[in-house]
Design a protein around this ligand. Structure first.
Ligand SMILES: O=C(O)CCC(=O)C(=O)O
Ligand SMILES: [Fe+2]
Length: 367
């Protein structure tokens, strides 16, 4: 089911609620999945009972934004990896991350380096992705050696490792070009990134309540209040919230608003100078204000996981409801950021190889 986040007319909502109730009963009674069509099977398998109950109970006007979970703060907060002394996070920084859901900014690159790198990012911005075959800011590390080099820099990965452990994979990256006068990115949060197509999650952690993903966001331009630096609702990573469909607010192409009031939490703006990094859990409610200046604001992010999290297992493509696209995964894979991958749960691609134009797709075509 492509859950377009709009309020449907009543005549559609009544039978849909009935059908969803049937699927919920099917799941609760643990009836066999094999007989179900693919899309229905995914819903029965992956939807948490709370997802069914919220949708049906609200008459299809509200839903969980992602697979529900509650954040578990470890009994003892400590670094999960041995790292270079200059990259060590202090106990206060670690405590603050677990309490608030984000940390930083950290100095990772020189502003001059970023100033130069900007040219490369701007040059690739409007071009077709060699991974997906259309223009997208996602996963350009498969074709940009310089981006991949920055992503696996120890100043970046050592810090992530202290939160996720020694062995790290990147399952996705994104370039954020926030043009002059462009609107805000509304409050959002994600857990397993089920938010994207609402059938299958992207990530399959062992336990959703653990910390299993970190977003590292790196400012290429200085980010300020005026050009839309990141802002966080501190402590809101404790649980996944619901959304209300429709309304004027939007996340990319989708219209919904998160059921969250700014007065519920401390709102923290985190300006960065060029070359600084913020680490956060995507479960912490975050967004960025409009760019009110006449200059763009460039940044990129890295989505990192430990190696025991499977990504897109068995999937040929994923759909993104809010970006309107279908991303075929033939040339996609997780990429090794740090350490070793002893679990090998996901398709893997070495960006150093794909950057030479050697992709699973090109190898198949040559065979
Ligand atoms: O760059 C932005 O404005 C938003 C970034 C974001 O939401 C993310 O990296 O998850
Ligand atoms: Fe985000």
């Amino acid at each position: 089911m492509n859950m377009h986040p709009k309020i449907r007319p009543l005549w559609q909502r009544i039978p849909l609620c009935g059908a969803l109730g049937g699927l919920w009963a099917y799941k609760t009674l643990r009836l066999p999945h094999a007989v179900l069509p693919r899309d229905i099977k995914a819903i029965v398998r992956n939807w948490d009972p709370r997802m069914f109950s919220k949708l049906i109970g609200s008459g299809l006007t509200k839903a969980y934004i992602d697979q529900p979970c509650e954040f578990r703060i470890p009994a003892k907060i400590e670094s999960k990896a041995v790292v270079a002394p200059e990259h060590r996070m202090s106990q206060d920084q670690l405590n603050s991350f677990y309490k608030r859901g984000f940390a930083g900014p950290f100095d990772v690159f020189q502003p001059e380096e970023m100033q130069d790198f900007k040219k490369d990012l701007l040059a690739i911005e409007g071009t077709k992705s060699s991974t997906y075959g259309f223009q997208t800011p996602r996963d350009r590390h498969f074709e940009m050696p310089r981006l991949w080099d920055y992503m696996k820099t120890p100043a970046v990965t050592d810090r992530i490792a202290q939160l996720l452990g020694e062995d790290l994979l990147c399952w996705r990256s994104q370039i954020f070009y926030k043009g002059p006068g462009s609107p805000s990115i509304q409050w959002h949060q994600a857990s397993t990134f089920m938010v994207e197509d609402y059938q299958d999650p992207a990530l399959f952690p062992r336990d959703r309540n653990d910390l299993f993903q970190i977003t590292a966001w790196i400012a290429v331009d200085e980010s300020t209040t005026e050009n839309g630096c990141l802002r966080f609702a501190a402590g809101t990573h404790n649980r996944i919230r619901t959304i209300s469909f429709g309304g004027n607010e939007g996340f990319y192409n989708a219209s919904f608003s998160l059921d969250f009031e700014e007065s519920e939490a401390e709102i923290v703006e985190v300006p960065c100078r060029a070359g600084q990094m913020i680490l956060f859990t995507e479960r912490c409610i975050h967004g960025s204000a409009a760019n009110t200046t006449d200059r763009h604001r460039l940044a990129f992010n890295i989505r990192a996981i430990p190696t025991d999290v499977a990504v897109y297992p068995g999937k040929k493509f994923y759909r993104s409801v809010y970006n309107g696209g279908k991303y075929y995964l033939d040339n996609w894979g997780v990429a090794q950021l740090r350490g070793e991958d002893q679990h090998r749960l996901s398709r893997t691609i070495d960006p150093a190889v794909s950057q030479r134009g050697v992709t699973p797709h090109s190898l198949r075509a040559a065979a």
